[in-house]
Design a protein around this ligand. Structure first.
Ligand code: ADP
Length: 318
């Protein structure tokens, strides 16, 4: 087995020696090759054993065979990957044809209002579906370590402005405002990043801010060069929406986690923030949230701007 999920087998004696030297290890994923050549995936945890005087007299190692679980995970990824590829083609066609009809409506004599509304809905809903499918595709790319960044020098200020403009198109009850601290409107903030991926991060955070503020209101998108380090930029997206329950704040960047305070009408799969975190981490940045339930949330992204970084490293599977 040689995909990214597998770790090189640790020689058992290392685990034992570590434990005998007083080190406790937990849930190390390890591949074991059996004499017949087949492999098992194990989780191993080890700890030293002490006598009454506190001297180490031995070690205990616990193994858990997770081969079946891993196989299921791979099958799930393969299915997701296939399903999202297969869904992408028809949805692209639907969007394309709906846009042609929209254009025809503008260029020639207008359609009746019901047909106009129907076409607008087809475009909006298929756009939403396409975004979900893209998230599924990204998720499988991540799982298979196939998601890489395409970095170049870009103006972060311009990227943020573009993301705001694209979100404004669908935001009817919300105003989206850019608050650039210490920057003039025309100032450029040049950094080395993947523009499409940063756009995706911003679209995710802003569309969440809209979705989770059902009563409308102002959404502030902020940009600031961090005073302590001019090679970093701090971005934030602030809303005055439903907020996140305090005991769930630490969970919302996990795959598929959706908070318990959501209304049934708030659709989603819980993939967006997981992808945001992965994309920010791949840029060697950090993302976090401050939130009060019932008052609103602020998501922060700290993005390094310098070119001399080692991006695109394939992170070992958690
Ligand atoms: P989705 O929106 O599809 O559920 P996300 O991964 O984008 O998935 O978000 C995960 C969860 O985090 C959401 O289901 C919601 O509970 C919470 N969340 C995200 N953004 C906000 C926000 N701006 N305000 C309140 N809760 C949020």
């Amino acid at each position: 087995m040689n995909d990214v999920h597998d770790r090189q087998a640790l020689p058992w004696n290392f685990v034992v020696i570590n434990a005998l030297f007083g080190k406790t290890t937990s849930s190390q994923e390890t591949v074991v090759v059996k004499p017949d050549g087949s492999t098992l995936i194990m989780l191993s945890s080890s700890a030293p054993l002490h006598n009454e005087e506190g001297f180490i007299t031995g070690a205990v190692i616990v193994f858990q065979d997770i081969t079946a679980q891993k196989m299921l995970e791979r099958q799930k990824n393969a299915f997701l990957s296939l399903a999202s590829h297969e869904l992408r083609t028809p949805i692209t066609a639907i969007m394309g044809f709906a846009e042609i009809l929209q254009l025809k409506d503008v260029q020639e004599e207008g359609l009746d209002p019901i047909s106009q509304r129907a076409i607008t809905q087809i475009v909006a809903q298929s756009d939403q579906l396409a975004r979900l499918i893209d998230e599924m595709l990204d998720l499988t790319r991540l799982e298979n370590a196939q998601l890489s960044l395409d970095c170049a020098l870009h103006d972060l200020h311009a990227t943020l402005k573009e993301a705001i403009e694209s979100q404004k198109i669908t935001a009817r009850d919300h105003s989206i405002r850019l608050a650039s601290k210490g920057l003039a409107a025309t100032d450029r903030v040049i950094g080395y990043f993947d523009e499409q991926r940063v756009m995706q991060i911003m679209n995710n955070l802003i569309s969440n801010a809209i979705k989770y503020s059902p009563n409308g209101g102002e959404i502030e998108v902020g940009l600031q060069r961090t005073p302590e380090n001019p090679d970093e930029a701090l971005i934030w997206v602030r809303d005055h929406g439903i907020g996140i329950p305090r005991n769930e704040v630490h969970l919302i960047f996990q795959r598929f986690h959706r908070a318990s305070n959501l209304d049934k009408s708030m659709s989603g799969l819980g993939m967006g923030l997981y992808l945001v975190k992965e994309l920010v981490t791949r840029h060697e940045g950090h993302v976090w949230v401050e939130s009060t339930e019932g008052e609103g949330s602020t998501f922060y992204v700290l993005l390094p701007l310098k070119k001399e970084r080692h991006l695109n490293r394939i992170s070992a599977k958690r």
